[in-house]
Design a protein around this ligand. Sequence first.
Ligand code: SAM
Length: 254
Amino acid sequence: MGAHFILPHPTRKHQMHTFVIDESDALDFMSKLATGRVRFDAILTDPPFPNARASRATKGTRKHELKVGNAAMSERGLDYTARWFGRLAARLLRPTGSLLMFADKDLLDVLRGPIESTGFRNRTIAVWDKGSMGTGTSFRLQHEFIVHFVLSSPEFHSNDVPSVLRHPRVAPSRRHHENEKPVELLKQLIGLTSPPDGWVLDPFAGSFNVGFACHDLGRNFVGCDLNLAHVEAARARRDGLKAIPIAATAATAV
Ligand SMILES: C[S@@+](CC[C@H](N)C(=O)[O-])C[C@H]1O[C@@H](n2cnc3c(N)ncnc32)[C@H](O)[C@@H]1O
């Protein structure tokens, strides 16, 4: 975490909603946040997916190795990492908060058990319908899962979000990140799981579109990414935003 990282005191009056963009490893960042006072209404994130092709390519030699982002990882390593992530997420969320994770089938297979072992319950698996097929053969993928984990009875802040959310992919010419999620899709998820002036965390932020969606909706955002180029691009975009004054201070401190 950068030396200039300061999580604002949640009871102080701000001129603008918080929009933290940090260059960090997700688990380091979450560990440091866990010593602070803010509890999040929602953790909405999109971790790197295990690469099934890399997994098949290593069959026979290193059968249980997966490729996650740029890192090769054993299934045991991934299981351990997911448990660590789950424990930190459980400490950072309000008891009535929501953990929402984008996942494909492979990531869902490896994440659900370890995360549920840390006190979460998988409540729903919603679907992002991208409106058109991806590349490949047979069942060409047109969807991703949005996996909803809760610690107890979650609070919802909107009643018009279906389990299938239809939003076209971000057009390549308008993309800031190769795995960028559409802001309008993220706004539906944030509006469902956090109140006005609430707090949202994304520790695998990529384009930081979760933060830009929070800005549009009047939520506080804290996020990080390991990749400096993504962080710098997001900071440049954030510098171009107009301030939206907040009416009330966040009531999410514990
Ligand atoms: C699937 S992308 C997220 C895309 C994002 N949802 C968006 O809309 O742009 C995953 C991101 O996680 C980042 N990442 C990978 N390993 C990480 C780690 N250990 N800590 C933090 N970020 C990491 C990658 O740099 C990548 O930008």
